[in-house]
Design a protein around this ligand. Structure first.
Ligand SMILES: [Zn+2]
Length: 128
């Protein structure tokens, strides 16, 4: 599992950074000191030098959950619910850790080719 440097939610690009000193002073909605999510600036900070990679990932997914809930809800209500954020963060972590394999694609290439031919024929007819 990797922690991305950047990702996008709706029109907002988020950047992820390590930080040496995190505090929850000011208006930030996040009460954690291991991670912070600045929704309006599109920034996620993770405390530098955590004891292990697993904790670091859990902090990342917790902060990601804050951002996802904010964008899914369109308000500050759900993202302020630390219990919900924590549960979603754990689920995202578990999902990422346990996913395996690649189902591939079931796109029907013959059908797609037929549809493209049909659409082009219709366009030709309309053009005449
Ligand atoms: Zn939090």
């Amino acid at each position: 599992m990797t922690i991305p440097k950047k990702f996008k939610l709706q029109t907002k690009t988020f950047e992820v950074h390590y930080a040496s000193h995190l505090n929850n002073a000011g208006s930030d909605p996040d009460q954690d000191i291991l991670g912070l999510c600045h929704m309006t600036d599109g920034l996620i900070y993770i405390q530098k030098g955590l004891i292990d990679r697993e904790l670091e990932l859990q902090v990342y997914y917790h902060e990601l959950a804050h951002a996802l809930l904010y964008h899914a809800d369109g308000s500050w209500q759900l993202t302020k619910n630390e219990e919900l954020v924590d549960r979603l963060g754990h689920l995202l972590y578990q999902y990422d850790e346990s996913k395996k394999g690649d189902l591939g694609t079931a796109v029907n290439k013959t059908l797609k080719a037929d549809l493209t031919k049909f659409v082009n024929t219709k366009l030709d007819e309309e053009g005449e």
